[in-house]
Write a new protein. Structure first.
Length: 92
């Protein structure tokens, strides 16, 4: 689990995700299944807690608080879905 503060804080994780192209499947808003390069499945959760944006992955790196490639792969989808939810809410 790590606190998302900026795109720059994800540096290496973004590079690794771009190189490996993991498959991201939404489970529900804020929860994503990411299939890694070796076929392993990881769960990434994105949520807010105490005003912080939290990204949590159940891989080894995620368990020690590092930004991982699975989180970097799931974040663009989460941000897109969050923006759509905001637009839909504003339209009503």
């Amino acid at each position: 689990m790590f606190i998302l503060q900026s795109k720059e804080s994800l540096g290496n994780a973004i590079k690794n995700a771009k190189a490996l192209h993991p498959k991201v499947t939404p489970v529900r808003f804020g929860e994503y299944n990411v299939t890694g390069s070796r076929g392993n499945n990881y769960t990434v959760r994105c949520y807010r807690e105490n005003g912080n944006k939290i990204v949590d992955c159940n891989c080894k790196a995620g368990k020690v608080g590092m930004a991982c490639k699975h989180s970097a792969a799931a974040l663009p989808l989460h941000i897109h879905l969050a923006a759509r939810r905001t637009q839909n809410t504003a339209a009503h």
